[in-house]
Design a protein around this ligand. Structure first.
Ligand code: NAD
Ligand code: ZN
Ligand code: ZN
Length: 354
């Protein structure tokens, strides 16, 4: 009874499904029995050794589950509640949380860059039968009975992140918005731009399957950057350049193109995770005099963010289920990583059932 199955990171390209100890519930925590989770592009970075976590860590950060234990001090929830928990689990009490930057949570004190991302990063994650949710009072969001696990699981991370690309970019009704890369994050940014009231949404990728999904998620126009000069085409379609360009890949090429296609005074909203050096050619940002804004965002989490996103789905403003293309059991998660990691068979997101 005190054991459970989990996907454990042991080292580069070495993850194993094994029996580990079940978490024990402390004050302020909750334990949930995970009923559905998924694999994130960031998990691929971890498994490939590109983003470092400690060997022995259970990975995964996108949990839907049922509350099985509540620690002292957690009120307003019952054993048996179905809950969604964000990938980012802010404490709700530190300076970062109280100043509205809860993804940079300092755990009860000040600020810590990326501090809100704990699951599968600094504490055990969601690719397991049971999960300890820290600061449960701030992080459990009840799921209405009418919604299935598959309808909400992508809200934990990719939808929250993708939508935030449009929100942080300050998209206004009538804006033209370009989204560079139409992976799961970019597709959700496209959906976010539509939710925010953009009038022209342009999705960029080279994968025709993803460009088709881009139109389904809200793009009016899609461009295959291998066939057209995307920046020139965006300038042609928008007249003077895009109001907002969302970067959803994390590479020099997409960052630079996002900057080049902006109108003067436009906003570059960056979601990608970068490595190495990012360069800013002077002509791309008008030598620093173009009134551009460049903003970055880490996925917003916490129960209020999750509640809002659940409402968006419940009232049918967006349907994310077409993005779940493949399903695996936790025992077969390594196959899920292979299909997702190698982008086989038109995969977008995989659902994992413990
Ligand atoms: N900010 C956050 O909180 C946050 C959260 C999760 C993931 N991320 C990051 O977001 C990024 C995207 O994640 P994903 O899972 O959607 O990635 P993905 O790898 O599934 O998709 C990337 C897409 O980019 C396309 N692409 C490649 N080169 C391109 C180019 N030059 N122009 C346009 N498109 C191009 C590919 O065809 C692919 O469809 C990653 O860097 C990931 O780590 C950020
Ligand atoms: Zn993620
Ligand atoms: Zn905090």
């Amino acid at each position: 009874m005190d054991k459970m199955k989990a996907c454990v990171f042991h080292g580069e390209n070495d993850i194993r499904v094994e029996e580990v100890a079940r978490p024990t519930c402390g004050a302020g925590d909750a334990i949930i029995r995970v009923t559905l989770t998924t694999i994130c592009g960031t998990d691929l970075h971890i498994v490939r050794g590109e983003y470092r976590v400690k060997p022995g860590l259970i990975i995964g950060h996108e949990p839907v589950g049922v509350v099985v234990e509540l620690g002292a001090g957690v009120t307003g929830f019952e054993i048996g509640d179905r809950v969604l928990v964000g990938a980012i689990t802010p404490c709700g009490q530190c300076l970062a949380c109280l100043s509205g930057h809860s993804s940079q949570c300092g755990h009860g004190h000040g600020y810590e860059a990326i501090g809100g991302w704990r699951f599968g990063n600094t504490i055990n994650g969601a690719q397991a039968e049971f999960l300890l949710v820290p600061n449960a009072q701030a992080n459990l969001a009840k799921i209405p009975d009418e919604l299935t696990d598959e309808q909400v699981v992508l809200l934990a991370d990719i939808a929250s992140t993708g939508f935030s690309g449009a929100e942080s970019g300050g998209v206004r009704i009538g804006d033209s918005v370009v989204v560079f890369a139409q992976g799961p994050i970019g597709l959700c940014a496209t959906a976010g731009a539509r939710l925010m009231g953009a009038s022209l949404i342009i999705g960029i990728d080279s994968d025709e399957n993803r460009l088709t999904m881009s139109r389904r998620m809200g793009a009016d126009v899609t461009l295959n950057f291998r066939n057209v000069d995307a920046v020139a085409e965006i300038k042609r379609l928008t007249g003077s350049g895009a109001d907002v360009a969302i970067e959803a890949l994390g590479e020099q090429a997409t960052f630079e193109n996002a900057l080049r296609c902006l109108r003067p005074g436009g906003t570059l909203s960056s979601l990608g995770v970068y490595s190495g050096k990012l360069q800013m050619p002077y002509d791309a940002f008008a030598a620093g005099l173009g009134d551009h804004r460049i903003v970055t965002t880490l996925c917003p989490g916490g129960k209020e963010r999750m509640r809002r996103l659940i409402e968006v789905v419940r009232h049918r403003r967006v349907d994310l289920t077409p993005l779940i293309t493949h399903r695996f059991s936790l025992s077969d998660i390594k196959e899920g990583y292979r299909v997702f990691g190698e982008r086989l068979d038109g995969v977008l997101k995989v659902a994992i059932t413990p």
